[in-house]
Design a protein around this ligand. Structure first.
Ligand SMILES: [Zn+2]
Length: 108
């Protein structure tokens, strides 16, 4: 995917940040994931919205940069300061890790 980006600067910076935060993200995921999944399951059952839980889960589930996708709007043609409503001009989209079925809903 990276090779298809016209301007690779944002991708390279994001990939470096992703790598440098690897241990912290792993540790935080280990501490927070179960609580967040239980909270989300309760929210679904109670039909309530919980933006903090939703956003925090999304952050924890960002997949490795090798799995990020070219923007389907601009196809990675993000050079010369071009903005895109699909990617805000970076040329790519983050991908979320698959959540194992065993973790998708928990009781309690
Ligand atoms: Zn785009």
């Amino acid at each position: 995917m990276r090779d298809h980006l016209e301007d690779k600067r944002a991708f390279d910076r994001d990939a470096i940040v992703y790598r440098r935060l690897g241990k912290a993200r792993h540790d935080f995921r280990g501490l927070a994931k179960e609580l967040l999944l239980k909270t989300r399951a309760k929210n679904i059952t109670d039909r309530v919205s919980s933006p903090h839980t939703t956003m925090t889960l999304a952050v924890l589930d960002v997949d490795h940069p090798k799995c990020w996708l070219l923007c389907s709007y601009c196809g990675g043609r993000n050079g010369n300061g071009i903005t895109c409503e699909g990617c805000s001009g970076c040329g790519y989209k983050l991908n979320r890790m698959e959540i194992p079925k065993s973790q998708q809903s928990t009781n309690t």
